[in-house]
Design a binder for this molecule. Structure first.
Ligand code: UD1
Length: 355
């Protein structure tokens, strides 16, 4: 049996690694890894392959950056040739990035079965490019692996037969569990005793320059009480330049994007994480670290209902209030969702191996 994985952007790499490793235990399965090249910088891609110990991709489509249409179209046209040449039995796609939907569409048209890892998540907000990618990918996948039961409910409501859906748990947590022991050494070096860790890269937060400027001003204010560490995504770096702010006058420390283990180490030690990422809402829930999500909605509601996540929307006073509560020792307590146990990828591999 030949299984081909497609990855493209930073959050895909930590999801693909545990599945690739779990499938390696089955001698009848041959694996191919295709990188679309959507993310290409050393610190957005290569360093993740190194730290996660993902094998070098067999194929890199080198699509690079572009508009959504350009990027998606490039993956479609370049990936079709790979599928025709390599003839996989199943193609595994991950998450909700442009490379995910593009690869799934190629396979659906060629009638090659697609299995979607992290299926069923919905923000119900179609202004998010990721929501479009999720809905479309799920509709054309043959097998849908969900991280939590809300995913099953969403898929069934959209008419997907339940025999195609498997609740397996969260593969991102598999990687976290495996690499958590490596964070100890990094935690000890020069971290403030209390700090806020920030990431922002969603178009809804960074494309509106006046909102981004207001956020930065507030983070700068917060940093007078609580140091703020902010590894900046390349998309955000471009936008920050336009605000003319650089955080220099305060304890707001802007830095380059961090490798996986280094960022995980910061999460484990943070007093609060302020983010618009999806994966970080999940990681903080697993770690029991308070998370404030600067979005109006989340496709990962279990992190708010069971976990430590609080949606603060696009509201600076709300964010400020929640930070104050946390500093007063009144942080939200949470628990770990079912099947976020470090073994999700083994369940996926067992299903695929028996298919
Ligand atoms: C993509 C995903 C998003 C995910 C995020 C994680 C889509 C629609 N979005 O968003 O869901 O949360 O990845 O990072 O697929 N850039 C570089 N170097 C790189 C990659 C990007 O400089 O290695 C810059 C380029 O200016 C590029 C911009 O970042 O235009 C945006 O990259 P892109 O892959 O289009 O989207 P992300 O914002 O990273």
């Amino acid at each position: 049996m030949h299984i081909l994985h497609v990855v493209g952007a930073r959050p895909n790499f930590m999801k693909a690694k545990p599945v690739h490793a779990a499938l390696a235990a089955y001698s009848h399965i041959k694996q191919t890894l295709v990188h679309s090249g959507q993310h290409y910088d050393m610190n957005m891609s290569d360093v993740f392959f190194q730290q996660l110990e993902l094998p070098a991709p067999d194929v890199n489509l080198q699509v690079g950056s572009g508009s959504h249409a350009q990027q998606t179209a490039e993956v479609i046209s370049r990936f079709e040739e790979v599928v025709l040449e390599r003839k996989p039995d199943v193609v595994l796609v991950y998450g909700d990035v442009n490379s995910t939907v593009a690869a799934a569409l190629v396979c659906a048209k060629l009638q090659v079965p697609v299995a979607h890892v992290e299926a069923g998540l919905r923000s119900f907000d179609r202004t998010m490019p990721e929501e479009i990618n999720r809905v479309l990918t799920d509709q054309i996948s043959s097998l849908l692996f969900t991280p939590s039961s809300d995913g099953n409910e969403n898929l069934e409501r959209e008419g997907i037969p339940s025999d195609r859906i498997r609740l397996v748990g969260n593969v991102m947590i598999d990687t976290l569990v495996r690499l958590l022991p490596r964070t100890a050494a990094r935690r000890s070096v020069g971290l403030p005793p209390r700090f806020a860790l920030v990431t922002l890269h969603r178009p809804s937060n960074v494309d509106d320059i006046s909102w981004l400027g207001a956020m930065l001003k507030e983070l700068s204010e917060i940093s007078t009480e609580l140091p703020v560490l902010f590894p900046v995504h390349p998309r955000t770096t471009e936008r920050l330049r336009l605000t003319g702010m650089n955080g220099e006058r305060s304890s707001l420390r802007l830095m380059d994007p961090l490798p996986y283990v280094d960022f995980l180490a910061l999460q484990t030690a943070a007093t609060v994480v302020i983010t618009d990422s999806g994966g970080i809402q999940e990681e903080t829930t697993y770690l029991g670290i308070p998370c404030l999500t600067v979005r109006e909605n989340t496709e990962r509601p279990v992190t708010a209902t069971m976990g430590t996540n609080t949606l603060v929307g696009r509201s600076i006073p709300r964010m400020r209030d929640e930070v104050t509560k946390i500093l007063q020792g009144k942080a939200k307590k949470g628990s770990i969702p079912p099947l976020w146990d470090g073994h999700a990828a083994e369940r996926i591999a067992a299903t695929l191996a028996g298919a």
